[in-house]
Unconditional design. Structure first.
Length: 638
């Protein structure tokens, strides 16, 4: 990803229209805040799990509450459900109770393990939920918005001056090299490398036809009327493929079709001099080099009538074989080399190589562009880049669609086959990668020319992705003295705020719907766990319906159990016996005297004999003195 895109990632709430207004509601945070939110969600889910266990415990306790007397195991289990705040603690206490009651109760394991299993299930489920709470980031996907103060396009309207042409060429070279690098690394690649993880789609795919109709005069195409190779991008959705984030009613579709064919040089090539033995005239003259090229879209070259198209941009490529020697005969029409040539190998024998059959081989392509309104299904006629935008009023586009189409239309002038090669020269040829010592070429397949034009088409598709993102971030390369034209109206400002890229570098995106589900359900569990016993107690008292169950829930609370133990021992003057927190009179003192049986502890039933004092030591059998107050003590078992 370019530094511009990476530094322009928007943080805040937004809607990813790939998933609709509800499911697509997203919030993007920086890495620090995203980490805090992830930790909070995990903690919140854990708290909700504890609340859920409290609800389950209440339900089990109330279901098992009886009026009649029950055995000790049942009573202890009820106390566990009432007082254990976590599923982990409850499961452990239940398992321990089964072990200790194994010889003192009937079938303690059978009566306990299902209850423990329920606690463990609650623990596991909410443990998993806590881990997967981070999935709300995956639910949001790896897409983010980019917003930059440099949004806009370079002012390239005055391209007739030397300075503006130099700016144009410098920008085109920079962008073409970047697009070529990206297409080589990421198109037809399944590797999830960082370089490929930036655009809304890793690759814009296309269909090919190796037997397409000749796009020029049939007698000009080398193999006649069905000798062309066509690459058709199909309808590229502005949102899904290009990442211009918009609702369905605000999207447009774009299509590019490129058709190429080797063409005759016979009748168009003239022998001029020994030093420059060949000139090819398909229009204006071209400088001779390894790979010469011309494009009609630049208005710098006007093709001959047999090659000209009013509904397309025409690109012409002339390849001079020069001194390249091929190890095997080549029948590919762009590289045809079947003329043998012997060369000594230094060992006393000759090696046979092959050199080009012609001084120059020619290849021509047309590029056609088309826009469609997905709402109505209407499309503009295929045309060259200069006419594509002029046809847009025919599509009855709404304001958002129209500005989106213009945004794409501002880039298509850079997508011609000519500009996929321009400024790179012979390095744009894949065959040049297998030339050894600038002289010897390994054998080439018969359809090498199709590989070349497919590579150029891939560069144009990568450049379309690149230019779309660059509108929002500003150009990757801004030559000195060049003006950047920013948004001029509200629609263009909207265009600057709706570009998606695929990136999580330094940020995290969260699904608002996912977070809402976690927070709402968790809050319901937490609030329910806090008020359930009180509400049920109130309802039962009002209806006089099984109010003993609520009473047992109250009495099984740890504080009530403590009250009953001390009160049964005669310690303290207690009140609030029906509430969750019983209290004593002010000044009452409670405690366990020294000399308590450590094997089977009991509280002592105390009878006050004199004034208040701190707990002291027994002074006589059955007598205890506490801060000057004497108590008659009788053993009472807990």
């Amino acid at each position: 990803m370019s530094q511009k895109a990476g530094s322009s990632i928007y943080t805040g709430p937004w809607i990813n229209w790939s998933h609709g207004a509800v499911v697509g509601s997203t919030v993007t945070l920086n890495e620090r805040n995203g980490g805090l939110l992830t930790a909070f969600l995990a903690l919140f889910v854990s708290t909700a799990g504890a609340a859920c266990w409290k609800i389950v415990s209440f339900a089990i306790h109330q279901r098992r509450a009886r009026r009649d007397y029950q055995n000790g195991l049942h009573v202890q289990q009820q106390a566990i459900f009432r007082n254990t705040g976590s599923a982990a603690g409850a499961s452990w206490d239940l398992i321990k109770s089964a072990w200790y009651w194994r010889t003192h109760a009937e079938n303690p394991v059978v009566r306990t393990l299902p209850l423990a299993a329920l606690a463990i299930l609650n623990l596991v489920l909410f443990g998993i939920a806590g881990v997967f709470s981070s999935e709300v980031t995956k639910a949001a996907g790896d897409e983010t918005l980019i917003r930059s103060p440099n949004c806009g396009l370079l002012n390239l309207t005055a391209t007739h001056t030397k300075q503006s042409l130099a700016v144009y060429n410098a920008m085109d070279l920079n962008d073409t090299l970047a697009a070529s690098t990206y297409s080589r690394a990421c198109y037809d690649s399944t590797e999830n490398i960082l370089q490929c993880n930036q655009y809304a789609q890793q690759q814009l795919k296309w269909q090919t036809d190796q037997n397409a109709s000749c796009p020029f005069s049939p007698d000009l195409c080398l193999y006649g009327g069905m000798s062309a190779y066509q690459m058709d991008s199909g309808l590229i959705d502005s949102h899904e493929e290009l990442g211009i984030n918009a609702a369905k009613s605000e999207r447009v579709q774009y299509r590019k079709v490129t058709t190429c064919s080797p063409i005759h040089t016979k009748g168009y090539a003239t022998n001029i001099t020994d030093t420059d033995p060949n000139a090819v005239a398909y229009g204006d003259s071209l400088e001779r080099s390894d790979l010469a090229y011309a494009g009609s879209s630049s208005n710098a070259w006007i093709p001959i009538p047999a090659l000209n198209r009013t509904d397309a941009d025409v690109s012409l490529f002339l390849l001079a074989g020069n001194s390249i020697l091929y190890e095997e005969p080549v029948t590919d029409p762009l590289y045809t080399a079947t003329t043998p040539f012997s060369l000594p190998n230094g060992g006393g024998t000759n090696l046979t190589y092959y050199f080009s059959d012609h001084y120059v081989n020619a290849l021509a392509c047309i590029d056609q562009h088309q826009f469609c309104n997905p709402t109505t299904g209407d499309c503009t006629p295929p045309s060259g880049s200069s006419l594509a935008n002029a046809y847009l009023p025919q599509l009855a586009l709404n304001d958002a669609q129209f500005i989106t189409a213009l945004r794409i239309g501002s880039t298509i002038q850079f997508l011609t086959t000519y500009l996929s090669v321009h400024s790179r020269g012979a390095s744009a040829l894949r065959a040049s990668e297998t030339v050894n010592d600038q002289t010897f070429q390994i054998q080439l397949p018969d359809a090498q020319w199709m590989t070349e034009v497919s590579t150029w088409f891939a560069v144009s598709m990568a450049k379309l992705q690149q230019k779309t993102v660059q509108y929002a971030t500003g150009p990757a390369y801004i030559p000195a003295g060049t003006d950047l034209v920013g948004p001029l109206n509200q629609q263009q400002k909207n265009m600057c705020q709706n570009q998606k890229i695929r990136s999580q570098i330094g940020t995290q995106s969260f699904s608002v719907l996912g977070m809402a589900i976690i927070l709402i359900l968790g809050s319901i569990l937490i609030i329910t766990s806090l008020v359930l016993d009180s509400v049920m107690g109130f309802v039962r008292r009002k209806l006089h319906w099984k109010d003993y169950k609520s009473l047992q829930w109250t009495l099984d609370d740890k504080l009530q159990l403590q009250r009953m133990a001390y009160e049964g021992a005669g310690q303290g003057h207690w009140s609030n016996g029906e509430s969750s927190v019983p209290v004593t009179k002010k000044g009452d003192k409670l405690g366990i005297p020294e000399g308590v049986d450590l094997v089977h502890p009991r509280l002592s039933k105390a009878q006050r004999l004199s004034s208040d004092s701190e707990i002291g030591t027994p002074e006589a059998e059955g007598l205890m003195t506490v801060k000057g107050v004497s108590y008659q003590v009788e053993p009472v078992q807990i």
